[in-house]
Design a protein around this ligand. Structure first.
Ligand code: SF4
Length: 312
């Protein structure tokens, strides 16, 4: 294959309205912040797990992660060298005023955040096999948009999907007779085979739906949920606890060196399914789980529910 090392990605900065530029600038600063500051729930869980391990080597790993985070916040440098591939999961009302500019705003925010932070560049153009050097490319950032109701607000999860923690991801449609025992077998197979590659402790997202794409999407939304939350369905919440116990018993420990715990937690997101199909998917987030949530009103006043007290 011709790797064409001299190829470049043709990017022209978009012409945005004044309001669009303001949203782009806020999101640029937000992506930079997400790159170095872990969300509140993950920080709290990291501190909790640090106290659980008593072995000196395991403690050293947790101490190093905590020091890494202290320095990342202080120096405003990325928590991990792997920027990941940027993903946005967006829900907005039909009357949000910048809906038509949204794709350009998000792409340009990633482009600018990459220069501002700076962030390692990860977007590799498939088949042409060259890195754009910009962290944007065809389909990167990924934008999953859901228009919900007639309101004028917007909320979006921002996720830096790291290479190692994306690796265990898989989706499959099970015969319905395999039941939720089949779901457990599927998740445990992935975690015992690939969990160690994903820089534990992990946040494990399990999606249940009809088909591979609905299950996969649900598993990603499970990673967006707070680690200290639980599924509102009692049976799904029970599955979360059972899987958490099971994966902890693998004993991955921090960075896979072994230990009492493997995970921050397990989140299940489920939707209704066809009776003949039991779609299941697993996605994993790593110890440096850089995901954020930002909510705007139509005047671009914003809230950062996952980063209390932070202003951009
Ligand atoms: S899995 Fe996470 S912590 Fe490990 S290299 Fe990738 S982004 Fe960094």
């Amino acid at each position: 294959m011709d790797t064409a090392k001299t190829q470049t990605y043709d990017y022209t900065e978009p012409v945005l309205s004044a309001k669009g530029q303001r949203m782009r600038d806020i999101l640029t600063d937000y992506v930079v912040m997400v790159s170095h500051r872990l969300p509140d729930d993950i920080t709290a869980k990291l501190q909790e797990l640090q106290k659980v391990e008593v072995d000196p080597v395991q403690k050293l790993f947790y101490d190093t992660m905590m020091e890494n985070q202290m320095l990342a916040n202080k120096l405003k440098r990325p928590s991990c060298q792997d920027t990941g591939a940027l993903q946005f999961f967006v829900k907005c009302g039909a009357k949000f005023p910048l809906l038509g500019e949204l794709n350009d705003i998000l792409k340009d925010a990633v482009y600018r955040a990459t220069k501002k932070a700076p962030l390692r560049t990860n977007a590799l153009q498939s088949f042409d096999e060259f890195n754009t050097g910009l962290n944007i490319g065809d389909g990167i950032p990924s934008v999953f948009l859901q228009v919900d109701g007639n309101g004028s607000d917007i909320q979006m999860y921002v996720y830096m999907a790291g290479g190692g923690c994306t690796l265990p991801g898989e989706a499959q449609v099970l015969m319905p007779g395999e039941g939720y025992e089949g779901v457990v077998r599927f998740v445990m197979d992935r975690m015992t085979s690939y969990g160690v590659n994903a820089c534990p402790p992990l946040l494990v997202g399990v999606g249940i739906g009809t088909s591979v794409e609905t299950a996969a999407f649900n598993s990603k939304m499970a990673l967006m949920r707070r680690v200290d939350s639980q599924n509102s369905n009692a049976n799904a919440a029970k599955l979360e606890h059972l899987l958490e116990d099971g994966i902890n018993n693998i004993g991955l420990g921090p960075q896979g060196i072994g230990g009492k715990k493997s995970v921050y937690g397990v989140n299940v997101v489920n939707t209704a399914r066809h009776p003949s199909d039991l779609g299941v998917a697993v996605s994993t987030g790593c110890w440096s789980h850089r995901r954020g949530l930002i909510k705007f009103d139509e005047d671009l006043n914003y809230e950062l529910p996952y980063n209390k007290g932070v202003e951009l």
